[in-house]
Design a protein around this ligand. Structure first.
Ligand code: GAR
Length: 208
């Protein structure tokens, strides 16, 4: 059984997609051990609580320095002994010691086709603003393993999504979520839970 810790910062629709996929049986051999937020007001915490899932909040505001926050965050995460850490709209830069400790055991969902519209400054709606500004006709989402860089780790799954005439960042964000994120994040978890993914030579290899 794969124990997940899901890290969130906001609405938690990707968390909901994971919960629904576990309930519906499209993710197997998996349970969500805990949901951790950096933001006490995150609706994602309510989604977790309403399903009886342990929900914790650790905010940088509770600590005098970034180092203290990082330490507390890592201790909290370790206390759940997760097999896999899922960043589902988690908008905090991870401490390096956490990335090292959980090497090849952290995945992130990013709302573009990496390497487009990713890296520092590209998160949430800003990604879609960038895509519309550039005039791309196709965008999408990517699930990747997390390494020390920003959105640079091995790519596990990608799903393209068409940009439509008249799209706003909000309409595009919604379509990318519906057509890509809520599908490939649960799928990635199921593949990992069933031993179908390995990371080799900086690449994520899938055997279905
Ligand atoms: C999602 O679109 C996710 O891809 C994005 O934040 C949103 C969270 O929504 N993540 C990033 O931009 C990470 N760089 P949610 O809280 O409803 O799942």
């Amino acid at each position: 059984m794969l124990n997940l810790a899901v890290c969130v910062s906001g609405g938690g629709t990707n968390l909901q997609a994971i919960i629904d996929a576990i309930d519906g049986g499209s993710i197997t051999n998996t349970r969500i051990t805990a949901v951790i937020s950096n933001n006490a007001g995150a609706y994602a915490l309510e989604r977790a609580k309403s399903r009886g899932i342990e929900a914790a909040c650790i905010s940088p505001k509770q600590f005098g320095s970034r180092e203290e926050f990082n330490q507390a965050f890592l201790e909290k995460l370790d206390s759940y002994q997760p097999d896999l850490v899922v960043l589902a709209g988690f908008l905090v830069v991870l401490p390096e010691m956490m990335i090292k400790k959980y090497k090849d055991r952290i995945i992130n969902i990013h709302p573009s086709l990496i390497p487009s519209f990713c890296g520092k400054g590209y998160y949430g709606l800003k990604v879609h603003e960038g895509a519309l500004k550039r005039g791309v006709k196709v965008t999408g989402a990517t699930v990747h393993f997390v390494d020390e860089g920003t959105d640079t780790g091995p790519i596990l799954l990608q799903q393209p999504v068409a940009v439509e005439p008249g799209d706003t960042p909000e309409t595009l964000q919604r379509r990318v979520m519906e057509q890509a994120e809520w599908k490939i994040l649960p799928k990635a978890i199921d593949l990992i839970a069933n031993g179908k993914v390995r990371v080799e030579g900086g690449k994520a290899l899938v055997s279905e």
